[in-house]
Design a protein around this ligand. Structure first.
Ligand code: PLP
Length: 411
C-alpha cells in the first residue's frame, strides 16, 4: 500500500474554529430565540467594487467569442494586472519593481503556504506568537517543525512572543532563524510595526543571511503615516524579503480569489555547494509547474480595483470597516477594556478581564451578551487571555454588539 507523508498526521485538527462552532451551535440549540452577533469572522461582508463587477462581466463576454477568447494565461499573471500592481501599489511608495518580480496567484494563503516548497528542509523557522496558523501548519507539513510539545508549540520552531509588555513588537530571535514570517498589519492582534521597527528586522536578516516572508494582506487598512505599506520601503529589503499581498480584504475578493507575491531578483538562497541561487527563478519554476494562473475573469476584476472608480469604491468599503473599528475601539475603551489594534487594521485584540482565560471570556460574552469572538489562545500561547474581534460585519451589528458589551460592563 502507498505510504503517506507522516508530517500530516502530526498536525492536530483545526481545533479553534471547530470548537467555536461547537460552542456556538450548542448555545443556539439551547436558546433558539437569541440573536447572536458574530464579531469573530475573518471574512468580509460588503460586496465587490462595482468597477470589478463590470470588468468581470466584460471579461465573461470576451470569453463568449472566438476572437476575444482567452484560454491558459501566463502562469505568472497577465501583464495588464502586473503593470497596474506596480504602478499603483509600489511606485507611489518609491519602490521600483520589474514585471518579472510580481507573481499573480489565487491568494495569499496559497502563496504563504507554498513558498517554502523552494526552501531547504533544514532551515530554522521563526514565527510571531500569536500567529496566522498557515505559516506554522505548512512548515509542519513539510517537516520543518519538529515535534508538538505539551505547551502547544513545535520543538523546532522559534516563537517570538508579541504581548502587551513588548507593545506587540517581537524581539529579534536569540537563536538564529533562517526563515522569518512577519505579518503587518497583524492578524490576529491588529498591531503594526513602524519603519524603524521593521528596519531592525531587515538589518537582522541581512546580517544573518535570513529570509523574511512578509505578509501584507492587510496593507490597505493602514491609516498612520509611520507604518510602512511594503517591506521594500525599507532599505536593503530587496535582498532579504519576499512580500505577499491579497485582494481579499482590500477589495472583497475572499470568494473570487486573487493575490500576488513579490520576489525581487536579488533575494537568494544557497545550494549545498554554497552557490547563490535566486529565489525568483525557483518560484517561477515552481509556479509554472504547479499553478496554471488565476482566471482571466478574476484578473480583469483585480485590474479594475486600480481604476479611478475602483479605487474610490475600495476606499469607501475600507472606510466602512474602519468606521466599525473606530466604534468598537471607542466603546470598548470607554467601557474600561484594554484593547489593541483597530487603528491600521480590521482586527481588535481585546484583553479579557484580569485572571480570565480566552475560552472563559469567549463563553461569558456568548452567554451574557450573545456576541461571538475568536479566542486569542487559538492563535498561539501568547494569545491566552485575549479575544480577537473583527470589524468586517455590518454597521448595525457592530453598533448593537458594542451597546450590549457596554451595558454588560456597566453592571
Ligand atoms: N494572510 C493573512 C495574514 C490572513 O489573515 C489571510 C486571511 O485571513 C490570508 C493571508 C489569506 O488571504 P487570501 O484570501 O488572499 O488567501
Amino acid at each position: 500500500m502507498v505510504s503517506i507523508n507522516e508530517n500530516f498526521i502530526k498536525l492536530p485538527g483545526s481545533y479553534l474554529f471547530s470548537e467555536v462552532a461547537k460552542r456556538v451551535n450548542a448555545f443556539k440549540s439551547a436558546h433558539p430565540d437569541v440573536r447572536l452577533i458574530r464579531l469573530g469572522i475573518g471574512d468580509v461582508t460588503r460586496p465587490l467594487p462595482q468597477a470589478s463587477i463590470e470588468a468581470m462581466h466584460r471579461a465573461v463576454d470576451e470569453l463568449a467569442h472566438a476572437g476575444t477568447f482567452h484560454g491558459y494565461g501566463p502562469e505568472q499573471g497577465y501583464g495588464f494586472l502586473i503593470d497596474a500592481i506596480i504602478r499603483h501599489d509600489f511606485e507611489p511608495l518609491g519602490v521600483r519593481l520589474s514585471p518579472d518580480e510580481v507573481f499573480v496567484s489565487d491568494g495569499a494563503k496559497s502563496d504563504t503556504g507554498n513558498f517554502t516548497d523552494i526552501l531547504g528542509l533544514h532551515n530554522t523557522v521563526a514565527v510571531t506568537d500569536p500567529v496566522y496558523p498557515v505559516y506554522v501548519d505548512s512548515n509542519v507539513m513539510s517537516g520543518r517543525a519538529g515535534k508538538l510539545q505539551a505547551d502547544g508549540c513545535w520543538s523546532d520552531i522559534v516563537y517570538l512572543p508579541c504581548t502587551a509588555e513588548n507593545g506587540f513588537v517581537p524581539a529579534l530571535p536569540r537563536h538564529r532563524a533562517d526563515i522569518i514570517y512577519l505579518c503587518y498589519p497583524n492578524n490576529p492582534t491588529g498591531t503594526t510595526l513602524t519603519r524603524a521597527q521593521l528596519k531592525k528586522w531587515v538589518d537582522y536578516a541581512l546580517e544573518n543571511g535570513s529570509l523574511i516572508l512578509f505578509d501584507a494582506a492587510y496593507e490597505a487598512f493602514i491609516r498612520e503615516d509611520d507604518v510602512p505599506h511594503s517591506i521594500y520601503e525599507i532599505e536593503g529589503a530587496r535582498r532579504c524579503a519576499v512580500e505577499f499581498r491579497s485582494f481579499s480584504k482590500t477589495a472583497g475578493f475572499t470568494g473570487v480569489r486573487c493575490g500576488y507575491t513579490v520576489v525581487p531578483e536579488e533575494v537568494a538562497g544557497t545550494d549545498a555547494q554554497g552557490n547563490r541561487v535566486a529565489l525568483n527563478r525557483l518560484w517561477n519554476r515552481r509556479q509554472c509547474t504547479k499553478f496554471n494562473g488565476a482566471s482571466y475573469i478574476t484578473q480583469r476584476g483585480a485590474e479594475a480595483v486600480y481604476s479611478e472608480e475602483g479605487r474610490r469604491q475600495v476606499k469607501e468599503t475600507i472606510g466602512y470597516y474602519m468606521g466599525n473599528a473606530r466604534i468598537m475601539l471607542d466603546t470598548l475603551r470607554q467601557s474600561g477594556f484594554e484593547v489593541y489594534g483597530g487603528t491600521n487594521s480590521p482586527y481588535l485584540w481585546l484583553k479579557a478581564p484580569e485572571g480570565t482565560g480566552s475560552w472563559e471570556f469567549f463563553d461569558t460574552l456568548l452567554r451574557e451578551v450573545h456576541v461571538v469572538g475568536t479566542p486569542g489562545v487559538g492563535f498561539g500561547p501568547s494569545g491566552e487571555g485575549y479575544l480577537r474581534l473583527t470589524s468586517f460585519g455590518s454597521r448595525e451589528d457592530c453598533v448593537e454588539a458594542m451597546g450590549r458589551i457596554a451595558a454588560w460592563a456597566r453592571k
